[in-house]
Design a protein around this ligand. Structure first.
Ligand code: HEM
Length: 207
């Protein structure tokens, strides 16, 4: 879980940094999107790798959950959950939220299967910029993305610190600072993802 999770976090940070380029304007953003498309075979390899990581991560989660149930089939009479956090307790729900979001998100931008702005061409390349900016002027679409980013933030807040525990480095004087890294990465990723759509909603970025 930790290794596949780390790979997925790497993709998320790269994707977030990439789409912050919406602030660089239409030409720069469309050139970035066209560059990704021009990777051809390498893009398909990256897509396959990403899908493999996601499937392996979800399978590990299902297995881990089953082992957890097996270890204690009957419920505790009293469960206080003292040494835990709300985001640790909701990992399975934030995980399902992310899965549902990924399906929705691919239908939206990659497949163009939703009744949103049609992607046209501009300067000989796909005009991802215009579709992106116009779509996030829609408060409903913005709200859906914002809700999913809360799920991403919560998931990462627990997952990243938990990875340090799995790797055996969460001990002694490192315990306290490392336990803060997860929430920090979670908040930074959620905020970083939602700033560009928010800028479109508020017309700070426009077509
Ligand atoms: C506010 C948040 C996000 C925005 C605005 C956003 C924006 C985009 C855009 C515009 C594309 C299409 C690029 C193109 O067609 O050239 C894209 C593709 C994609 N995004 Fe996101 N993204 C967001 C969050 C996420 C998250 C959280 C994930 C994963 C959990 C994700 C996974 C993907 C994937 C897998 C693709 C498809 C890449 C491909 O075509 O193979 N995105 N995103």
């Amino acid at each position: 879980m930790a290794l596949t999770g780390l790979g997925l976090v790497g993709f998320l940070v790269g994707h977030m940094a990439g789409h912050l380029q919406i602030f660089a304007g239409k030409e720069a953003y469309n050139a970035y999107a066209a560059f990704l498309q021009s990777l051809g075979g390498a893009l398909w390899l990256a897509r396959a790798g990403l899908l493999g990581l996601l499937v392996a991560h979800v399978m590990s989660a299902i297995k881990l959950n089953a082992r957890n149930q097996e270890a204690r089939p009957q419920a505790y009479a009293v469960k206080t959950n003292k040494a835990t956090t709300p985001y640790a307790l909701s990992m399975i729900y934030s995980g399902y939220t992310i899965l549902a979001f990924v399906v929705f998100h691919i239908a939206h931008f990659t497949l163009g299967a939703l009744p949103t702005t049609e992607m046209t061409e501009s300067g000989g390349v796909r005009d991802v910029y215009t579709a992106y900016v116009l779509d996030f002027q829609n408060p409903l679409l913005f709200a859906l993305y914002a809700a999913a980013m809360v799920g991403i933030s919560m998931h990462l807040a627990h997952a990243v610190s938990s990875t340090f525990r799995t790797l055996g480095v969460m001990r002694g004087k490192y315990r306290e600072p490392l336990s803060k890294v997860g929430p920090l990465v979670g908040i930074a990723t959620g905020v970083g993802f939602i700033i560009p759509p928010l800028a479109c909603l508020l017309r700070i970025v426009s077509v």
